[in-house]
Design a protein. Structure first.
Length: 131
């Protein structure tokens, strides 16, 4: 579900500690852009965001296989907006899977007593490619 954070920020989607994003590109892409909020200031620790990029390919036996393209790791601090630019070469019509994992998650109820018991990690604003 999307949350509306107002006119300046727009809509976001909270993720869990581990999440996957699948993208199909209509044109050649040279960079992936990820914009996100790292979580509330009550989280007092730095954590790592690991992103594994995989290309979906068809084998000679006409089966689908995932081929690693790159692995990136980023240190992120709480209560901070990030815009990551990840260099990548993707051709038109390719399918790319991004396996994302963080060290920690949080439960809002334990931090701000709002009856929200979901396990959350980061708030995604944008995840896409630029040519």
């Amino acid at each position: 579900d999307l949350e509306d954070w107002g006119r300046e920020i727009g809509k976001i989607r909270w993720t869990e500690k581990r999440f996957d994003v699948w993208l199909i590109f209509r044109k050649h892409i040279c960079e992936i852009v990820i914009e996100f909020y790292s979580g509330p200031k009550e989280i007092v620790y730095e954590q790592k965001l690991k992103i594994i990029c995989k290309r979906l390919i068809e084998t000679d036996e006409q089966q689908l296989e995932q081929q690693d393209i790159s692995i990136k790791s980023y240190s992120i601090l709480p209560d901070t907006w990030y815009k990551l630019n990840i260099p990548i070469s993707v051709q038109s019509s390719e399918v790319i899977k991004f396996e994302c994992e963080l060290d920690y998650d949080f439960i809002p109820e334990y931090l701000i007593r709002n009856r929200d018991h979901r396990s959350l990690s980061i708030a995604l604003k944008y995840f896409g490619g630029i040519s």
